[in-house]
Design a protein around this ligand. Structure first.
Ligand code: C5P
Length: 227
């Protein structure tokens, strides 16, 4: 199965001048951990990484260091995650039938999570990895007044990997561009096009490293795993 890794973001919310995926996590760039898990997954056979051109030399150095056995392609990213994934989809080899998309920033995803997602994707058109929310979620207006409290038993927090039939996701991205939809994950495009998205149980530790606190938590989790 093919895997696309959006890795073309910045380190703004991390308070960093450079791409947060190049920050050090237990002595290795964050992206190395994501790639190592993809390498260890049984089902992934090809990896495309979407990045900004200025980060390519660092990405190349990571690839040399990891000496991955799977083919890897570096793909020009876009101004938004949505645009980066669009570019990634255009760069997939012609034989790509189904694709997993996994944020480079989710560096704690396990090989087992990739494999469970890949296996589930063989039986459906689209899926996301997600976990039930633990907090009570509030819908808040611009004046910071709470407008609604949705029933928590129906709420799931979306993670990645997300997986799709390539042909359908390409169509959804094309429609999204045409209609000016701005979304933060690929499933949202699938949903807007009226296509079904299945849930695969995610991992509580599969956090998206976004802020300095996330980086410290990720370090703690990796230390525990490596004990
Ligand atoms: O910013 P955020 O953490 O939500 O980004 C999620 C993922 O999308 C990250 O792995 C980031 O590198 C990637 N991204 C991208 N292209 C952008 C912005 C974000 O590939 N223009």
């Amino acid at each position: 199965m093919h895997l696309l890794i959006p890795a073309a973001g910045s380190g703004r919310r991390m308070g960093s001048q450079r791409n947060k995926l190049l920050l050090s996590l237990l002595g290795k760039p964050l992206l190395s951990w994501t790639l190592a898990a993809a390498e260890d997954s049984q089902h992934i056979s090809w990896i495309g990484i979407m990045g900004q051109k200025e980060d390519f030399p660092d990405f190349q150095a990571i690839l040399v260091d990891l000496s991955l056995t799977k083919p890897v392609e570096l793909i020009q990213g876009g101004a938004t995650r949505q645009e980066s994934v669009y570019n990634g989809l255009q760069a997939l080899p012609p034989d790509a039938d189904r694709v997993l998309i996994h944020d480079g920033a989710r560096c704690l995803a396990t090989p087992d999570l990739f494999d469970r997602s890949a296996e589930a994707l063989l039986g459906c058109q689209g899926l996301i990895v997600a976990i039930p929310v633990k907090d009570t979620i509030k819908v808040v207006d611009e004046s910071r007044i709470v407008r609604d409290t949705p029933d928590r038993s129906n709420l799931w927090a979306a993670q990645t990997p997300q997986g799709f039939e390539v042909k359908l996701l390409k169509q959804c991205h094309a429609e999204g561009r045409e209609k000016g939809w701005e979304v933060t994950d690929d499933a949202a495009l699938f949903e807007k096009c009226g296509l079904p998205v299945r849930i695969v149980e995610g991992e509580e530790t599969n956090l998206k490293v976004t802020t300095p606190v996330d980086l410290s938590v990720a370090e703690f989790i990796l230390r525990q795993r490596n004990k």
